[in-house]
Design a protein around this ligand. Sequence first.
Ligand code: SF4
Ligand code: SF4
Length: 203
Amino acid sequence: MRYPKLRELKEAIVSLVTPPATTKFPYKPHVPAPAFRGKPVVNDAECVGCLTCSNVCPSGAITVSDDAVQKIRTITRDFGKCIFCGQCEAYCITAKGVVLSHTIFDLSTFHKESLTEQQHKELIVCEHCGSVITTREHLHFIYDKLGTKAWSSLLTLRALNTRLQLAGEEETSTPPGDGLRRKDMFRILCPNCMRNIQVKLLL
Ligand code: SF4
Ligand code: SF4
């Protein structure tokens, strides 16, 4: 019993002459530790709307809705649900679409809706069946990443055609008629519709 009492006395004396471990926040600004992750910050100009961050977010803070008629993808980030885990930054395909602030931590508010941020991205939809393919920015990000290898995918023919003019305007401006034909390979088609053309060519 004697030694514990002495130890507590020693701790009391030491704490009298050392600075406090806690800060006086919110009365004084708090500076987080260097390794603190903090609230993620979105850079819309660098985000291509690929959905990767939505798929890896463990708390469901990032949701996505696609409007195939208006051709708009809406990405909603509810930072009220964010746990500052950093998965969105770690897996962002552009590495710049969302980055951790390392400083922002105080999100307390009486208005939860103020913690929600939205982005809108133009969608590419299949010209034949209307299925969502991806966003325009995501598609161009993939083309730039692949370089000349982009030629290996028939899905890229339309976009490459706008740069190289392989097919004339009259061939690509008429909408698909009854059934897909060979000329429709120069359209934006989902993999299923593109496969239908290829199967026809093989038969
Ligand atoms: S930091 Fe984690 S919880 Fe927050 S949005 Fe990114 S992935 Fe989701
Ligand atoms: S992973 Fe990056 S580029 Fe893709 S939607 Fe998220 S922030 Fe944007």
